[in-house]
Ligand binder design. Structure first.
Ligand SMILES: Nc1ncnc2c1ncn2[C@@H]1O[C@H](COP(=O)(O)OP(=O)(O)O)[C@@H](O)[C@H]1O
Ligand SMILES: [Mg+2]
Length: 341
């Protein structure tokens, strides 16, 4: 539902950039957009006004209200996106502090051309090629990425995930998931050592990555006359293994799209060749890939699914879907464990 909103300083600033002249009869409405796991308010804002010749005009933007750690997304836009991913992200319009560390981030409203382009091999290859370009261009810019002790958070969330999986043993519907407890346990115990090795794996190393790549955070949009993948949601950008972006994308697409699952290795090879590497999927590459995928699962996704699956307040279809997603994440944990133990 659309809701009338006030003209804030930041929106006024954007209006000025758009009109270059005083506007009249300004009317602003906002519609909430559905977000992901990260806690934030995302609003599609429509600004209507009359220009100097009294003609009715309008434009749209997206406002993200960010609190706590996700507020670093504004600095990611200013330092990383502006320098290395301008063609791959919505345009940054304005940033406004709203007191107590909260941030209002205003960005271009991206218009998608296709709701689900990921059945097509070309669309997937194009995305991975662009991603490789970003990883290459930003490789030297680790110092620009806003502070986040991701490794400490990962370890803490991974341990909480293990505790939560242990609790599933006493639930008849979820006990089957707990069969993967030994694999999860081994992985969590060795995680600091495994992470160290992953982050020094050549030629990937650690460098600025998007950090939350899945179909909910990518839109295909028209730029310069062609469909171009646009990456949204930069709040989890960090210095880490680029294979975390690659596996995050390939695992999430494989989950939702049978064609993505079938083409998994082809798409992985497309990323490698865009990075200038041999397309061959060697054992060391596969091992690193599955560790990156397991790190993603342990950094919050698996815990999120398990929490919903165990929550009696959720509907039965929601709990069934969460159980299925948890089973998929545990499959990734098993693969990583098999390669690394
Ligand atoms: N710039 C944008 N243009 C169009 N839609 C957007 C834009 N930014 C976000 N959205 C929509 O809002 C949703 C949530 O925004 P996102 O930045 O992913 O926040 P969250 O951190 O809550 O996941 C996205 O999945 C997308 O559908
Ligand atoms: Mg998102």
């Amino acid at each position: 539902m659309e809701k009338r909103i006030e003209l804030t300083n930041a929106i006024g600033q954007v209006l000025q950039q758009v009109t270059h002249a005083p506007a009249q009869d300004i009317h602003i409405e906002g519609k909430p957009l559905r977000g992901g796991i990260e806690a934030s308010g995302v609003t599609l804002v429509t600004v209507r006004y009359r220009n100097h010749s009294r003609r009715q005009q309008m434009f749209r933007l997206v406002a993200k209200h960010l609190t706590g750690r996700p507020a670093r997304e504004a600095a990611v836009y200013q330092r990383i996106v502006a320098a290395y991913a301008r063609d791959l992200a919505p345009q940054l319009l304005a940033v406004e502090g709203t007191g107590s560390g909260d941030i209002l981030l205003l960005i271009e409203a991206v218009r998608r051309t296709t709701a689900w382009p990921w059945r097509s091999l070309e669309a997937g290859e194009e995305l991975l090629a662009r991603l490789a370009d970003f990883h290459t261009a930003a490789a030297g810019a680790t110092a620009l990425v806003p502070e986040w002790d991701y490794e400490a958070e990962l370890q803490a969330v991974a341990e909480l995930t293990r505790t939560t999986l242990e609790q599933c043993r006493s639930d008849p519907d979820l006990a089957v998931l707990a069969r993967d407890l030994p694999a999860l346990d081994r992985l969590v115990r060795a995680l600091p050592a495994h992470r160290k090795q992953l982050l020094s794996e050549r030629p990937f190393g650690s460098r600025p990555i998007h950090g939350d790549l899945h179909p909910g955070n990518v839109m295909l949009s028209r730029r310069g006359g062609q469909d171009t993948p646009i990456l949204l949601d930069w709040g989890r950008a960090r210095v880490s293994s680029p294979l975390e972006d690659v596996s995050s994308w390939l695992q999430s697409v494989s989950y939702w799209e049978p064609e993505g699952r079938r083409r998994h290795d082809t798409l992985l090879a497309a990323y490698l060749s865009a990075l200038g590497m041999d397309r061959r999927l060697t054992d060391s590459l596969r091992a690193a890939y599955w560790m990156a995928a397991a790190s993603n699962a342990l950094s919050g996704a698996l815990l999120h699914h398990l929490s919903i699956a165990r929550n009696c307040g959720r509907s039965s279809p929601q709990r069934t879907a969460a159980t299925k997603a948890a089973r998929d994440a545990l499959r990734v944990v098993r693969r990583a464990d098999a390669w690394w133990s």
